[in-house]
Design a protein around this ligand. Structure first.
Ligand code: UT7
Length: 330
């Protein structure tokens, strides 16, 4: 029987690899300084996954935590969405590997590809399946091993990213709770500002491509910065309007953690004091699709969200893409 319901978060989890790489460690590799990195980005350290650990391994740990908190068995999942730009391989999808690892034999699974906006896109997608009644419980995971795509000769990018995974189980919540409004969008014209040229079929990762550093993240930081300060607050505002709410209603903003200055500018646009904004960029750097769910799990475990709180997720990323989500916490 199809039961239409509101969709909310039932449980969260996260995992970051043990190895911590500090700004001082990077000073030994490229011409940079702890002072520059902290001042321009807010980052102090990040975690890197060791060889042999793959995105699906981190997803699996975060997923088990989220299921545990939700009080659900893996068999109760109807769907798994893994949001990543660093899958273990193109086929099978990372979601298939996670399904096998956790034994979620009743779940339909797929990877979703929206870079740093991935988790917010995934959460909105999960919401549609639950609201339509097609699914009861959907596991959404954001996970990345970006360290394998970082050019440690390029100081413009190699100081910015880190590895990790975050997960949330979305399920049915009572009327008036859960996801109340959302916004998502993209501007493909901005694809040139942030990409990994040799990461698909257009330029295969040959020795020549490697020699030209085409297998690494390339970014025009200034262009991405301008885009980010424009869209992060705007997507949150649009999602709030669709929920029939305004910035005054926000109890906690959980933004994509790319740069503390971008986060501060979104907070300013939303008239929010920083104590209503969750920040953990200093510990993890930019973990792309994992950044929002890692932050959401930390905020959740720290008791930063209480029943009836209005929680806003807002992300932007390569594509270019953006997405915002407003939830009444249950
Ligand atoms: O999830 C989405 C992914 N990306 C982002 O969100 C990134 C968005 N962009 C940014 O966060 C910022 O643009 C950056 C952090 C990447 C750069 O900050 P900025 O304040 O825009 O610096 P800049 O690019 O204007 O560079 C200023 C100077 C330059 O030197 P000159 O030309 O003024 O002599 C850079 O070469 O800082 C230099 N620089 C560095 N210096 C020390 C760039 N990277 C570094 C570095 N260490 N790591």
């Amino acid at each position: 029987m199809i039961v239409k319901a509101n969709a909310g978060v039932l449980g969260t989890g996260h995992y970051v690899p043990e190895r911590v790489v500090t700004n001082a460690d990077l000073e030994k590799m490229v011409d940079t300084s702890d002072e520059w990195i902290q001042e321009r980005t807010g980052i102090r350290e990040r975690h890197f996954a060791p060889d042999g650990v793959n995105t699906s391994d981190m997803c699996t740990i975060a997923a088990k935590q989220a299921l545990d908190m939700a009080g659900l068995s893996p068999e109760e999942l109807d769907m798994i969405i893994v949001c990543t730009l660093t899958p273990d391989m193109t086929i099978p999808s990372t979601a298939c590997i996670v399904q096998k690892n956790i034994g979620a034999k009743n779940a339909a699974v797929f990877d979703l590809y929206a870079a740093c906006s991935g988790f917010a896109y995934g959460a909105i997608t999960a919401t549609q399946y639950i609201q339509s009644g097609m699914c009861k419980n959907v596991l959404v995971i954001g996970a990345e091993i970006l360290s394998r795509y970082m050019d440690f000769t390029d100081r413009n990018t190699c100081v910015l990213f880190g590895d990790g995974a975050g997960a949330a189980v979305f399920g049915q919540v009572p009327e008036g709770y859960g996801v109340l409004g959302a916004d998502m969008g993209a501007d493909g014209n901005g694809g040139k500002y942030l990409n990994i040229p040799s990461s698909g079929v257009a330029i295969l990762p040959t020795d020549e491509a490697r020699a030209k550093h085409l297998t690494y993240i390339k970014m025009d930081g200034k262009e991405v910065y301008k885009f980010a300060v424009k869209v992060m607050g705007r997507t949150a505002e649009k999602a709030l309007t669709r929920a029939g709410l305004s910035h005054e209603d926000i109890d906690l903003l959980i933004p994509h953690q790319a740069n503390i200055r971008i986060i501060q500018s979104a907070a300013k646009r939303l008239h929010l004091p920083m104590d209503k904004v969750f920040v953990n960029i200093h510990k993890y750097a930019n973990t792309s699709g994992a950044s929002i769910p890692i932050a959401m799990d930390e905020a959740n475990r720290q008791g930063r969200m209480k029943r009836d709180d209005i929680v806003v997720l807002a992300g932007f990323g390569a594509g270019l893409t953006w997405a915002g989500l407003v939830m009444k916490w249950y």
